[in-house]
Ligand binder design. Structure first.
Ligand code: DGI
Ligand code: FE
Ligand code: FE
Length: 191
């Protein structure tokens, strides 16, 4: 009998292009490593990492059909930000189509792109793993990898700063959850 991870990998092979499939495998491994290091649940981290981008290559039609099917309503900002769709759709797909009933895994997938206020360790682990997985090669990735070995909160702060900076420079809207995540983590560090 196939284990559930083999089943998930077979589904990812169908739904993702080669680059995104390899990225998903890499994130699952990095996510499990960070979980071990920071005391989050390793199996949940592995599963969330594997599945986090499952809807990344879906087209608008498929994505919105899923939202319709499960009654997901998007805000104006979300409707106009295609990059945000796959995290919402991914969490819905995993919950209802793959019948994953672990809310920790579902919320890690849901918030892997924006973050949110009051993130769990598991959510932070996936958010950070997504930034430093083996396939990432942006300017500054080595510094991010080092930060992630020192402090999850420092890596998160840098990741959110990087994301908000990029979005500002491109005059793109910033999701309130992204701002909330940034403020929350900064305020916790300020005495
Ligand atoms: O799916 P990945 O490429 O692995 O990574 P991701 O899920 O973190 O997606 C990154 C993209 O999402 C990047 O192009 C920036 C975009 N993004 C992240 N936060 C926000 C956002 N886009 C908007 N409009 N608003 C946000 O707050
Ligand atoms: Fe993603
Ligand atoms: Fe990703």
């Amino acid at each position: 009998m196939k284990n559930k991870y083999e089943t998930y990998r077979a589904i990812l092979r169908e739904k993702l292009d080669e680059y995104r499939y390899v990225h998903s495998i890499n994130v699952s491994e990095t996510s499990a490593e960070l979980a071990r290091k920071y005391g989050a649940d390793e199996k949940k981290a592995y599963e969330a990492g594997l599945l986090h981008d499952i809807m990344k290559n879906a087209d608008k039609e498929e994505t919105f059909a899923l939202f319709e099917k499960y009654g997901v309503e998007l805000t104006q900002l979300e409707k106009k930000s295609p990059k945000l769709w796959h995290a919402i759709a991914g969490s819905v797909y995993c919950k209802y189509e793959l019948e994953i009933d672990d809310e920790d895994v579902i919320s890690a997938i849901r918030y892997h792109t924006t973050g949110r206020a009051g993130m769990t360790e598991l959510e932070k682990v996936l958010f950070t793993a997504d930034f430093i997985s083996a396939d990432r090669n942006y300017n500054g990735v080595e510094e991010m990898r080092e930060k992630a070995q020192i402090s999850l909160d420092e890596a998160m702060t840098e990741g959110l700063r990087f994301t908000i900076d990029e979005l500002c420079n491109a005059l793109k809207p910033i999701h309130p959850d992204t701002i909330d995540a940034y403020n929350d983590i900064l305020l916790k560090g300020i005495e």
